[in-house]
Design a protein around this ligand. Structure first.
Ligand code: BTN
Length: 234
């Protein structure tokens, strides 16, 4: 499949959204000058150490976008399972040893009110050892976990193989995200704090629904369905 390997770019997601590329085309970069994270945050994109890549997805329906985040988390977790004990923090942080190892950001473009293109962007901390001070407390890398360096291309190739192998099963609904969740979630039946619009609320995580929303029990023992927000690293 098509690989666009860039030295430096503002954001591989931005590049993949705005350029005409075939399905499963991958855009990679050695560094990003404006790497994007969720909720308008920046993604730390140190040069030459990590994986920053975006994949063009074909024929995806709008209601599959949130589940796709979860599915991509499963694929990434499976890809890394022999290297580290990785779990998912809803909706799609990959964590190891309680710290963030990778992040996933889906971006879309619409034309005439119709979903035109979806791009799956992944930032995976591979060989980085020193993080900026503001994220050092909550970030980790494969190197920090295992003490060794990795060939980034091998990890990317293995991720793409896993993704392409399972993609159709996901699109056609043969993969049941709800049933898989207990094997991947970092916090099932555990206390979580959800940060949303500057407010922090305590819950107990109970699972996900078919839309990829989080099912959680509030402090009064009542079930809630959570559509947006971030689970804290505290
Ligand atoms: C998050 O906030 O956890 C999501 C981070 C996603 C970062 C990746 S790096 C490659 C791709 N290009 C971007 O600008 N962002 C994603």
């Amino acid at each position: 499949s098509t690989i666009v390997a860039l030295e430096t770019v503002d954001s591989t997601n931005a590049y993949a959204v705005s350029n005409d590329l075939p399905p499963f085309a991958v855009v990679t970069a050695e560094s990003q000058t404006a790497g994007r994270g969720r909720s308008g945050r920046k993604w730390h994109s140190a040069e030459g150490l990590n994986l920053y890549f975006s994949i063009v997805l074909n024929d995806i329906e709008p209601q599959k976008l949130l589940p796709m985040n979860i599915f991509a988390g499963y694929i990434l977790a499976d890809t890394l399972k022999d290297i580290a004990d990785v779990k998912i923090k809803w909706p799609n942080d990959i964590i190891a040893e309680g710290k963030k190892l990778a992040g996933i950001l889906m971006e879309t473009s619409f034309s005439g009110g119709k979903l035109e293109k979806a791009v799956l962007g992944i930032g995976l901390n591979v060989n980085i050892e020193d993080f900026p001070e503001d994220i050092a407390w909550m970030a980790t890398s494969l190197k920090k976990i295992s003490g060794r360096n990795f060939i980034r291309e091998e990890i990317l190739a293995s991720f793409m193989n896993n993704l392409e192998e399972k993609y159709d099963d996901f699109i056609t609904g043969r993969i049941n995200l709800i049933n898989l969740w207990p094997f991947y979630s970092a916090f099932l039946d555990k206390k979580i704090s959800l940060h949303k619009d500057g407010v922090k609320t305590e819950y107990t995580e109970r699972g996900i629904d078919a839309f990829g929303c989080l099912l959680a029990e509030n402090a009064y023992g009542r079930p809630e369905t959570i559509v947006t927000g971030d689970i804290g690293y505290d």
